[in-house]
Design a protein around this ligand. Structure first.
Ligand code: GDP
Ligand code: MG
Length: 464
C-alpha cells in the first residue's frame, strides 16, 4: 500500500499522476452482507466497462444513478460478483472526479477478487485519506470540512456526530471565511493609508480597531469552544471507587446495562479494573470499575488497588460509593478522595438502608436503579463544571490544529490592537494583521504546507 507521504512527494514533482485511478474498500474488511468499494479518477467507467456485464450502460450511465449487473474476471470468462454500481460524473460526487461505488457482497474472497481485477486493469489502491484529499484538492471541501469527515467517522456519540456534521456542512468554513474577509478589509484600510502616507506625508492615520476587535472577539469565542468539542470527541473518564462491597460492580453493570462485572458478597472480588463505555448527555464516557480500596495482604488484590489509585489520578470524575448504613465509617477511610473536587460521594443500597439517609446527599440503589437518573445528572454536571457555557446551537471546534491557528490569529490581532492603542506606526501593525491572516488561511487550508496536509490526511482510514 502506498503511504501518503509517497503520494505527496509524487505530487510535488511532475510525476504525480493525479489522474491515477484509485480504489479502496470504504467499509470494514470483515465478512458482512454488503461491502462498498470506492473508485475515483477520470476514465474509470470506460476502463471498468469491459469487465462489467452491461458495458455500454456503464459508459453512458448518468451521474447519481444506480446500475445493477455483474463484475467479470479479467478474462471475462467468470462472474466475480453481482453488484450495484453508483455512478458519479466529473465535478460531482465526493472527490469531484469521475467515480464509481461498487456495492458488492461482503465476502472477503469476493472483495479480494474485485481488488485483483481493479489492479489488473490499471487502478491503484488508495492511500489513507486519499479520496478526501482529492475532494480537498478539487475544492469540494476546505480543510476544516476535510477534518470534519474524519471527525464524523470517529464520533462516538450522537452529539459529537452532529457537531462534526455541521462543520462538514461548512458552518465553520463560512464563519472563517467571514472573519478572513473582515481581517482583509482591515488590512486593506491599513495598506491604503500606508500608500497614501508615502505620497502625502500625512500623519493622520486611522487604525481600523473596531473591525479587528470584532474579529478577535469572534475568534476568542470559537477558541473557548475547544474544551467542549474535545470533551464530546474524546469523552470523559469516570472511575468508580470505594470500599469493598459498597456496590461498585453492581453500579457498573447498571451503567453498562449488562452484567459485565462480577457482583458478589465476598469482599475483594473485583481485582483487575474493568472498563466499559457509555454515553451520558451526549458525552462518550469510559467507566472503570475498580478494586475496592482497603488494606490487603493479598498480592493480586494489592496490585489491583495500585491500579485503582492510578486510575483515580487520571479520572475526570470519581464516584465514591459508600454503603448507606456504613457511610461515616467508609467515608472516614477515603477522606483524601472526598476532598478532591472531582469526587461525587454517593450513598448506595438505599433500598435496604436501616439508618436514615441524611438530607441532601446523593442516594441510589445500584440494585434496583433508584436515584440513577440523578446520579447521571451529577456526573454530567461535574464533567461540565469547568467547561464554558455554550449555546446549544453554537459552532464548536474539536481539532487541536484549528484551535492552535485560532489562538495564533487571535494573539496577532491582540498585538495589533495594543500597538494601535500606543499609536505605533501602521506598517508595524500591518505585519501583525498579516500574521493573523496567514493563520486563518492555514486553518482553512489555503496556505498549508504538504507536511501538514500529509499529517492530516494520513490520520484518515483507507477508503475515506
Ligand atoms: N440491596 C442492595 N444490595 C446491593 C446494592 N448494591 C450492591 N448490592 C449487593 O452488595 C454486594 C456487593 O456488591 P458489589 O457490586 O460486588 O460490590 P463491590 O465490591 O463494591 O464491587 C452484592 O451482594 C450486591 O448484590 C444495592 O443497591 N442494594
Ligand atoms: Mg466489585
Amino acid at each position: 500500500m502506498l503511504s501518503f507521504k509517497y503520494t505527496y512527494d509524487k505530487m510535488n514533482t511532475i510525476d504525480y499522476q493525479e489522474d491515477d485511478i484509485i480504489y479502496a474498500l470504504a467499509t470494514p474488511l470483515a465478512p458482512s452482507a454488503l461491502a462498498i468499494i470506492r473508485i475515483s479518477g477520470a476514465g474509470c467507467k470506460k476502463l471498468l466497462a469491459p469487465h462489467f456485464s452491461k458495458p455500454s450502460s456503464l459508459i453512458k450511465g448518468k451521474s447519481h444513478t444506480l446500475l445493477h449487473g455483474k463484475i467479470l474476471s479479467y478474462s471475462k470468462k467468470e462472474t466475480i460478483d453481482e453488484v450495484l454500481l453508483s455512478l458519479f460524473d466529473d465535478k460531482r460526487g465526493y472527490t469531484g472526479e469521475e467515480s464509481i461505488e461498487i456495492a458488492c457482497h461482503g465476502s472477503l474472497f469476493g472483495i479480494e477478487a474485485i481488488f485483483t481485477l481493479l489492479s489488473q486493469i490499471g487502478f491503484r489502491s488508495a492511500a489513507p485519506g486519499e479520496f478526501t484529499f482529492r475532494a480537498f484538492k478539487h475544492g469540494r471541501l476546505d480543510l476544516t470540512q476535510a477534518e470534519a469527515v474524519m471527525e464524523i467517522v470517529d464520533s462516538h456519540s450522537q452529539k459529537a456526530h452532529s457537531l462534526a456534521l455541521s462543520r462538514l456542512e461548512g458552518d465553520l468554513f463560512k464563519r472563517m471565511d467571514y472573519l478572513k474577509k473582515q481581517t482583509l478589509q482591515a488590512m486593506s484600510s491599513i495598506e491604503v493609508q500606508l500608500d497614501y502616507a508615502e505620497d502625502d506625508f500625512s500623519d493622520e492615520v486611522v487604525f481600523p480597531s473596531h473591525i479587528i476587535r470584532e474579529v478577535k472577539e469572534s475568534l476568542d469565542s470559537l477558541i473557548e469552544t475547544y474544551s467542549v468539542g474535545k470533551m464530546y470527541k474524546e469523552g470523559a473518564l469516570v472511575v468508580l471507587a470505594g470500599s469493598t462491597n459498597a456496590g461498585k460492580s453492581t453500579l457498573f453493570n447498571l451503567l453498562m446495562k449488562s452484567e459485565r462485572s462480577i457482583v458478589s458478597e465476598t469482599h475483594g472480588t473485583t481485582r483487575d479494573f474493568i472498563e466499559g463505555h457509555t454515553v451520558i448527555g451526549g458525552i462518550p464516557i469510559t467507566i472503570f470499575d475498580t478494586a475496592g480500596l482497603r488494606d490487603s495482604s493479598d498480592a493480586v488484590e494489592m496490585e489491583g488497588i495500585k491500579r485503582s489509585r492510578y486510575l483515580l489520578e487520571k479520572a475526570h470524575v470519581i464516584v465514591l460509593l459508600v454503603d448507606a448504613d456504613e457511610a461515616e465509617l467508609q467515608m472516614s477511610h477515603h477522606l483524601n478522595i472526598i476532598d478532591d473536587p472531582r469526587c461525587i460521594t454517593v450513598y448506595n443500597k438505599s433500598d435496604i438502608a436501616l439508618r436514615a439517609i441524611p438530607e441532601g446527599v446523593i442516594a441510589i440503589s445500584a440494585k434496583n436503579g433508584q436515584g440513577f437518573g440523578k446520579l447521571e445528572e451529577h456526573i454530567l454536571a461535574k464533567i461540565k463544571k469547568d467547561m464554558p457555557i455554550i449555546q446549544t446551537e453554537a459552532l464548536i471546534i474539536e481539532s487541536k490544529r484549528q484551535h492552535d491557528h485560532l489562538v495564533s490569529a487571535s494573539s496577532s490581532l491582540k498585538s495589533a490592537l495594543e500597538m494601535g492603542e500606543k499609536a505605533l506606526p501602521l506598517d508595524l501593525i500591518a505585519v501583525e494583521v498579516q500574521e493573523a491572516l496567514s493563520a486563518l488561511g492555514e486553518l482553512t487550508g489555503e496556505v498549508t504546507s504538504f507536511d501538514i496536509l500529509e499529517q492530516i490526511f494520513s490520520g484518515f482510514c483507507v477508503g475515506k
